[in-house]
Design a protein around this ligand. Structure first.
Ligand code: NGO
Length: 527
């Protein structure tokens, strides 16, 4: 650290010496952004972020200060700058970077306007989330080596102009299955950081399944003690204490990402059935399961204790989940009789509402009577269930397996993943349109997109990254940018130019041969 500071200081002196230099001409229109912004006007010059640059926020806006500190911390290792954050009455009047909440409803919850000239970078948004999304744009406008964790040579210039931007869909998510193989808090935080850099705003955590129960429920402790003790292939599994879960929620909140926890039921419940005899129809515990079959387990839907159990689980989970939604799974309950399944989902929906949350279910839940503020997640290759949900005026999260499943192999020689829904290379993942994918499910029926990563075949963060990258930026763009402007041939070039960013972030990405991978200009690294 000392070494870093002294190098930083040396750099500062150098930069001060050169601080009178004329701004470098730069073309904002040629900068590589994912997702593509709504509107962009280039003015041909640049702003130089130097060691003297400060970030200004309005007085009393601790939330804006949080965003300012986030970007200041993010650029510190590569620039060596200790960027000061200052509260003031009129940030936009200062020379430097200004983060301003302008209470202009037209920006929506996440929209922003970014104005860059030679003296200032001004970000305006209606909500702090908009400031945070804008900061991701600033990050991508800086050279790729800004992402390095070691000191790099500047200059750190931003092309001048104006960007006006807001998302096309309010829900832009990914899912991580932490059951089939368990991933610790550190891995989840890394996943959150990578999502945040592409302006995604929802992380769905698949917390329970046949192979494990991964969230502590204080009133049913054996769920994690026994039910969390293994995983696919028989490893030691693991779980999050409620305190660890709260830490994940907070980390995500600081990045304007909502955590949606999933308790999958009445099927996919072997870990619970192995932990408590009374949840089984025959009052006998099952064996722990370490295979990858689906559709063989069910809670006893006609026992009152089952609903006491569900109530306790949802109550405890709702208390530590600030987001609006709790996902109750509901997929592939093949050994639950249809009438029992419907009865169960109807009752569980009431329990979720009682605890002041809204329900999400895999679209299979459309067999039941859904409330209007419930969401159904379309995942199968056939849209029958999702269409049933639309008929009930329920909105859809689009996660078609043959396009968005991050656990589908890229091709037949891909060392990780499954292929039951086909191979999903980067073009298959990107080159489709959310609102015209299924006849009968149009824009007004859809809240957004989610890309689920199931974990039957993945064990490490490197494995996660290999399947997530480079597909994730494409899902982020499908959700954020207007679909009229989508063009695979143009997108693949932009994606290819992200290569150096992936490298600097040490992302273990799949080098799909479909992408023209290109380094940005290489500038020597300061030793
Ligand atoms: C299905 C199944 C999961 C599997 C996944 C594998 C859904 C919603 N249920 O998706 O249990 O892990 O496929 O791709």
């Amino acid at each position: 650290m000392n070494k870093l500071l002294s190098l930083g200081q040396a750099l500062m002196v150098m930069l001060l010496l050169f601080s009178c230099k004329t701004p470098t001409p730069k073309d904002l229109g040629k900068e590589i952004l994912i997702p593509q912004p709504t509107k962009l006007i280039a003015t041909g010059s640049s702003f130089d972020w130097t060691a003297k640059t400060k970030i200004y926020v309005e007085e009393g806006r601790e939330d804006s200060k949080g965003v300012a500190n986030y970007i200041a911390d993010l650029i510190a290792p590569s620039t060596g700058y200790i960027t000061e954050v200052e509260s003031t009455t009129n940030p936009a009047s200062k020379k430097g970077i200004a983060l301003v909440i302008s209470e202009n409803e037209s920006f929506g919850n996440e929209g922003y306007k970014l104005t860059i000239d030679e003296k200032r970078v001004v970000v305006e948004a209606n909500k702090t989330a908009g400031l945070f999304r804008a900061v991701q744009t600033i990050r991508q406008l800086l050279p790729a080596k800004i992402e390095s964790d070691t000191l790099q040579a500047g200059p750190w210039e931003l092309a001048s102009g104006t960007i006006e931007d807001q998302p096309n869909y309010e829900f832009r998510g990914a899912m991580l299955d932490v059951v089939r193989h368990f991933f610790d808090v550190k891995d989840v935080k890394r996943f959150i950081d990578l999502m945040a850099s592409y302006k995604m705003n929802v992380l769905h955590l698949h917390l329970t399944d046949d192979q494990g129960w991964r969230i502590e429920i204080k009133s049913w402790p054996n769920l994690t003690k026994h039910g969390g003790s293994t995983q696919v292939g028989g490893g030691k599994g693991g779980f999050y204490t409620q305190e660890q879960y709260a830490e994940i929620v907070k980390y995500a909140q600081d990045r304007y990402i909502t955590i949606i926890p999933e308790i999958d039921m009445p099927g996919h419940t072997n870990a619970a059935l192995a932990s408590y005899a009374e949840l089984n129809a025959n009052n006998k515990v099952t064996e722990l399961y370490t295979g990858t079959h689906v559709g063989f387990s069910t809670l006893a839907t006609d026992k009152e204790i089952t609903y006491q159990f569900v109530d306790d689980v949802i109550r405890e989970l709702a208390a530590i989940t600030p987001g609006d939604y709790i996902h109750i799974g509901g997929d592939e309950s093949h050994v639950t009789k249809k009438k029992d399944y419907i009865y169960f989902v109807n009752r569980v929906q009431k329990i979720v509402t009682k605890h002041k949350k809204k329900m999400i279910g895999w679209a299979d839940v459309a067999a039941a009577e859904l409330e209007e503020n419930t969401l159904a997640q379309f995942w199968q290759t056939k849209p029958k269930n999702a269409l049933l949900a639309v008929k009930q005026n329920v909105k859809i999260i689009m996660s078609p397996a043959n396009r968005t499943y991050l656990d589908m192999q890229y091709d037949s020689i891909c060392p990780l993943g499954l292929h039951w829904a086909g191979y999903v290379d980067v073009d298959q993942a990107y080159d489709w349109t959310i609102e015209s994918f299924v006849e009968g499910i149009s824009k007004e029926n859809i809240v957004g997109i989610e890309a689920p990563l199931w974990a039957e075949t993945i064990k490490t963060i490197d494995d996660i990254e290999y399947l997530v990258f480079p597909r994730l930026p494409g899902y982020a763009e499908l959700g954020w940018s207007k679909s009229e402007n989508k063009n695979w041939d143009e997108y693949k070039i932009r994606l290819g130019k992200q290569k150096e960013r992936f490298q600097q972030l040490k992302i273990n990405y799949y080098q799909s041969p479909l992408i023209p991978w290109a380094n940005e200009e290489i500038v020597p690294v300061v030793e």
